[in-house]
Design a protein. Structure first.
Length: 298
């Protein structure tokens, strides 16, 4: 089985790709927009712009993947607000290009986001009413709807604030960001009024792999179990890594002009995913300790 992963250079794509490489049942085809940045992928990596319809068509006709895991996106919320056309071109047209040219017998696994909701619950279920506040959230919802209406054999995976160290990451997540400042004794200001159930990338990648080998076509929520403010999460990073907690001060989203575009509180109900693949995420503290052990391998 040939598994194509888009966005393979980044955090989620590289973790799933590495799991697939370890399994003897699958051939990995990692794809990105830029140059290859993951050492293990170098021999198989190809460049593809998913927003280019003819390029995607030719590519899929040649490669004929059995499974596509779509981790490519413009996921920077502020960039999506500033350049909505660019955002929809990748997040929606890109998905359409992949689906429209994919053999209907193949499986399409798509990464979506908590940003499809309006940030008023810590227990969103898969069939709760979406209500995106931002351009990014709207684009992710539109892509979900296109997939649901046009490609039967799909798994849509919504996740929340994914963290972890990775290889050659060109973009920070909350862990790498806090770590890079605190480890140099630099002060950080962190929002105290955005609450999430953050997701450890290793738990997410394993869950996506387990779902991939299951035959369930549906939408799934995958996140951690613990709710925490971004401020408290940064404090946990300081705790686990032995940094000075006094370097961290709390601020409100309003002072960053962020509140209206980012959901305030968002968590997922995990009953569905737990019942299907026996999903058991680690506690945040254990995930941070596990990341610390992983640091030496990066
Ligand atoms: N990280 C999170 O906290 C989080 C939370 C919820 C949902 N998600 C979703 O999970 C997915 C993966 O997130 P991530 O954080 O691992 O990655 P990311 O930082 O959002 O990076 C996305 C990737 O998309 C690729 N890309 C952008 N435009 C492209 C194009 N036109 N054609 C082909 N590839 C293109 C980039 O490739 P290059 O690196 O080669 O430039 C990049 O690797 C996204 O769909 C995101 O919306 C993420």
């Amino acid at each position: 089985m040939k598994v194509l992963i888009t966005g393979a250079n980044r955090l989620i794509g590289q973790y799933i790709g590495k799991l697939i490489l370890k399994s003897k049942d699958f051939l990995l085809l990692p794809i990105g927009l830029g140059n290859p940045r993951i050492k293990d992928f170098e021999n198989f990596y190809q460049k593809l712009d998913i927003s280019n319809s003819s390029e995607v068509k030719n590519f899929l006709i040649t490669e004929k993947p059995d499974i596509v895991i779509n981790c490519a996106a413009i996921s920077h919320v502020d960039i999506c607000e500033e350049f909505p056309d660019k955002c929809f071109k990748v997040n929606v047209l890109g998905v359409k290009n992949l689906i429209d040219n994919l053999n209907p017998q193949s499986k399409f696994i798509h990464l979506s986001s908590e940003f499809v909701f309006d940030g008023t619950s810590l227990n969103y279920k898969e069939n709760d009413q979406p209500n995106p506040l931002s351009i990014y959230g709207k684009s992710k919802l539109q892509a979900e709807e296109y997939i649901q209406q046009n490609f039967k054999n799909h798994q849509i995976i919504r996740t929340i604030l994914v963290f972890g160290f990775g290889e050659n990451l060109s973009r920070n997540n909350i862990l790498t960001w806090a770590y890079s400042f605190l480890s140099q004794n630099k002060k950080i200001k962190v929002v105290n009024d955005q609450i999430r159930k953050p997701t450890y990338v290793k738990d997410l990648a394993k869950a996506i792999f387990d779902l991939m080998v299951s035959n369930q076509n549906s939408t799934f929520h995958i996140s951690g179990e613990e709710e925490i403010s971004i401020f408290q999460l940064a404090k946990k990073v300081a705790d686990v890594y032995g940094f000075d907690k006094n370097l961290i001060s709390s601020i409100s989203s309003k002072s960053l002009n962020e509140l209206d575009k980012r959901p305030t509180i968002t968590g997922f109900n995990l009953d569905k995913i737990s019942s299907i693949i026996n999903y058991k995420p680690q506690s945040i503290t254990n995930a941070l300790i596990d990341s610390k052990n992983g640091l030496i391998h990066i």
